[in-house]
Design a protein around this ligand. Structure first.
Ligand SMILES: [Zn+2]
Ligand SMILES: [Zn+2]
Length: 363
């Protein structure tokens, strides 16, 4: 895509969000979609093959001028409606035009104007909301899956504007949820999920060698009250750290965020971060060392990395929880492993900690 085309796209998105440009090989450009002008809203307007001969286009006009003047120069054939009337009739296209506020968020529609997407919200850049129009059926959104947005919309949002107001209100209410994860994402080596998105409500990161912490916020509207902390690692170490954790939780400081409280509880200055290397060979070697001993991959499609080790510190076992589960299920006694124990290490037969079961919750 050349920069001219990109500029055109940006211009259309900002000024005429219902229009899409298509560059032809002969240098011509077809613009199609829904045109929203100051006065008129037209559905499925498609004009092709206009030239300077049949349109009153002035020689010195740029595309911007042309689009700005379209409503005056186009021979209008289809029924058009004034915004005022359209509003009274509840015309969704009039709502779209009224809601196009490029400074607050970006509004995009597909060329048939059957889908509308709000994105790049100020202060919440990664968030998006996509709806089917005119039905207002929820298609995609960036809030955690445990937030019942579709139900909330049915209950309290009847127009496009009300949906948008509801969504932005929820973003405001979820601010503490995202703020609490912000330092963890920046200052901890988050291993799962990968990549982290605005939809995830848990994080797994190393606490010390072979030991990991899994933080889950069960209800994003009540962060600290619904926080669940799991320590994952060799049996003895987990038992010891669970005591440290339960003592520490009593001294939780509500003035500090989750990251700082966790550092205090475990008496750390920082959580372990990977050693930084810019040597690609070293990096490749590191990745090789971290591979799962069962499937020989490092990261699985769902983002999981091998975190399971056994209680025997000399054992090399390092595998994905899911691979180990599959391994046990192929064994006769596998039927009971979740209820009774995580089983024995397939390599050295030492004990495996039941704490790793917490890694299977997300699968
Ligand atoms: Zn594996
Ligand atoms: Zn082992």
């Amino acid at each position: 895509m050349d920069s001219g085309e990109r500029d055109l796209e940006l211009f259309l998105a900002a000024k005429h969000p219902g229009l899409l440009a298509e560059q032809q090989s002969n240098g011509a450009c077809i613009i199609r979609g829904v045109l929203c002008s100051q006065l008129y809203v037209q559905e499925h307007l498609e004009y092709k093959l206009y030239t300077a001969d049949n349109l009153k286009v002035q020689d010195d006009w740029l595309l911007e001028d042309l689009l700005g003047n379209l409503e005056e120069i186009l021979p209008i054939k289809e029924a058009i409606s004034c915004i005022k009337d359209a509003r009274e009739e509840g015309n969704i296209y009039a709502d779209i035009l009224a809601l196009n506020k490029p400074k607050e968020y970006r509004l995009q529609t597909n060329d048939a104007c059957s889908r509308i997407r709000f994105c790049e919200f100020v202060d919440y850049e990664q968030h998006y909301l996509e709806l089917e129009v005119p039905s207002l059926r929820l298609l995609q959104h960036s809030l955690p899956d445990c937030v019942p947005l579709a139900e909330m919309m049915v209950k309290s949002a009847r127009s496009l504007e009300e949906v948008l107001i509801l969504f932005r209100k929820l973003l405001e209410e979820l601010r503490p949820f995202y703020d609490n994860f912000m330092d963890i994402d920046e200052l901890c080596h988050v291993l799962q999920p990968s990549p982290v998105t605005t939809k995830h409500n848990s994080r797994v990161f190393p606490l010390k060698e072979r030991v990991f912490l899994k933080v889950t916020i069960v209800d994003p509207f009540a962060c600290i009250a619904s926080m669940a902390l799991k320590i994952i690692g060799p049996t003895e170490e987990v038992a010891r750290l669970r005591h440290v954790l339960s003592d520490g939780l009593g001294n939780w400081d509500p003035e500090l965020d989750m990251h700082k409280n966790l550092l205090r509880i475990f008496d750390l200055c920082y959580f372990p971060m990977p050693e930084w290397t810019d040597d690609p060979k070293q990096k490749e070697q590191d990745d090789e060392d971290k591979r799962c001993n069962i499937c020989f991959e490092y990261r699985l499609d769902g983002g999981e990395v091998p975190l399971v080790s056994c209680d025997n510190t000399k054992c090399v076992l390092n595998c994905h929880a899911a691979c180990l589960k599959e391994w046990f299920q192929t064994l006769m006694e596998g039927k009971t492993f979740l209820e009774v124990s995580f089983g024995l290490c397939p390599f050295c037969k030492a004990k495996l900690s039941t704490s790793f079961v917490a890694l299977l919750d997300d699968l």
